[in-house]
Design a protein around this ligand. Structure first.
Ligand code: CA
Length: 472
């Protein structure tokens, strides 16, 4: 062979080898399910030791799979946390710095179209996706789930919702906002894709019904289901059936909250039973987590963690988190190294070999090698948080955690000995704190300022007033 022929031969052989190894790796296309709860406390699942709220089905995800004892989300409230989860990237990279405004005329408040969501990553490799429940990624039509890789959407576009069907009265957000009754967008009828639907069930049950139907419809092909419950976010509203199963809890608020979690737990049970019934149990990976810590308004419990929703103490960002995939993900194992909601997309992409846009690299990693023990290293040397409006930066490097905040002060903790963040080491170790600050500030240079104004700036006092009441 002459030199040219040898070059060509090498190229063909190399390409074939690369191609075949990629094909054998990409052959795995399990179904993916993310079950996300809203404002659920760290301690409010059986698998984290809850002794009053009983969650046998959610616990199956941890007990028959791997429980993350240091599982984090990327923000301490709903919207930005979900933007991080759905893109696998720190949401500050694309200016998702607040809960988006609920306004169908606002073209900016939502997840920028250039960013790839899980559904958009999985679509080109043959997945069918559904989002059931809370969207919160923008209410303008350009942000609609059907335009973001989700073939199916059943739920509501805004950030919270009423639970009883008789309260869902408006055709759309504009009508809700104009209404003299002032009940607001929590009271819109649900949407199936672009159609308003009439419902007659308690909202959490309604969402669970749709999840089971979607799995039934799509089980022959790879699917991704994002089951995004708004429970147990306020308003605290539970049906009698679920309240009756929580009579052991005397405090009325806590009992109502517990009943809302019971409804989610039943839904999780129905989803897992459906996977078993259809014979796809061992071909389906299910993640469970909460979008942020328990809120001080919904009677949740984050013990032993300090703080709650909105805080960068552990109680705001360290959440119940587990993954189940029978036969593949180790069962009954606790994984202790810090992991992030960012890793969910990293894991899906790693398993399927789905392409990720080079100009938007993921911050998350594939957790599979770590949880199977193939990789003895740690998934993240460091995790960061920023709340732009609050002027807060936070970091966890190893077991050392620092918070540097205009509003909440300066803190340094050693989480190995002080998970409850009671002992501020700032004075005794200012040098380490300053090192963390330098690292946080360096990371912050990679972020941009928020590209839309916050939901908090959108006055909706009536809405709040109406919806914070406990209702049975
Ligand atoms: Ca939330």
């Amino acid at each position: 062979m002459n030199k040219m022929a040898i070059k060509l031969f090498n190229k063909v052989v190399l390409t074939t080898l690369l191609c075949c190894s990629a094909i054998s790796y990409a052959a795995q296309k399990p179904n993916f399910i993310i079950i996300l709860t809203d404002d659920q406390g760290y301690a409010d699942v059986g698998f984290n030791g809850s002794d009053d709220i009983i969650t046998p089905n959610i616990d199956r995800i941890a007990n028959e799979g791997t429980k993350f004892t240091n599982g984090y989300v990327t923000y301490a409230v709903c919207g930005p946390s979900r933007a991080g989860l759905l893109t696998g990237r720190y949401q500050g990279r694309f200016g998702f710095g607040y809960n988006p405004i609920i306004d169908p005329t606002d073209k900016m408040s939502g997840l920028p179209l250039e960013e790839q969501m899980v559904s958009e990553v999985l679509k080109p490799i043959g997945y069918t996706s559904s989002i059931i429940g809370k969207w919160h990624m923008g209410t303008h039509e350009r942000f609609h789930p059907n335009k973001r890789g989700f073939e199916h959407f059943y739920g509501f576009l805004s950030g919270g919702h009423n639970y009883f069907p008789e309260d869902l009265i408006y055709q759309n957000i504009t009508e809700a906002k104009k209404s003299s009754k002032g009940a607001g967008w929590y009271n819109t009828k649900l949407l199936e894709n672009n159609q308003r639907v009439e419902t007659d069930e308690y909202l959490t049950d309604e969402l669970s019904n749709e999840a089971v139907k979607f799995i039934e419809r799509e089980h022959d092909n790879p699917f991704f289901l994002y089951l995004s419950y708004n429970a147990p976010h306020t308003p605290l509203q539970a049906s009698k059936e679920y309240l009756d199963r929580n009579t052991h809890i005397k405090d009325k608020k806590r009992r109502t909250y517990a009943a809302m979690v019971t409804a989610v737990d039943d839904g999780v049970g129905r989803v897992l039973a459906k996977l078993k019934e259809l014979g796809i149990d061992e071909n389906t990976m299910v993640f469970f987590l909460s979008d942020n810590g328990g809120s001080s308004k919904n009677a949740s419990n984050n013990a032993p963690l300090r703080g709650s929703k909105g805080d960068y103490f552990e109680g705001g960002i360290h959440v119940p988190f587990a993954v189940r995939w029978p036969g593949t993900v180790p069962a009954g194992v606790d994984y202790h190294n810090p992991v992030s909601s960012l890793d969910i997309l990293g894991t899906f992409a790693g398993i399927t070999n789905a392409p990720i846009a080079k100009e938007r690299p993921l911050d998350g990693v594939n957790l599979m090698p770590f949880i199977t023990g193939q990789n003895k290293g740690i998934p993240h040397q460091v995790l960061f948080w920023r709340n732009f409006g609050q002027g807060t930066l936070a970091i966890r490097r190893g077991d050392s955690k620092a918070i540097n905040s205009n509003k909440k002060g300066q803190h340094l903790f050693d989480l190995t000995t002080d998970l409850s963040e009671k002992n501020n080491l700032l004075k005794s170790n200012r040098e380490q704190f300053e090192q963390h600050v330098r690292e946080m500030k360096s990371w912050e240079t990679e972020l941009i300022d928020p590209i839309f104004r916050s939901l908090m700036s959108q006055k909706n006092k009536t809405n709040k007033k109406k919806n914070n009441k406990v209702k049975h």
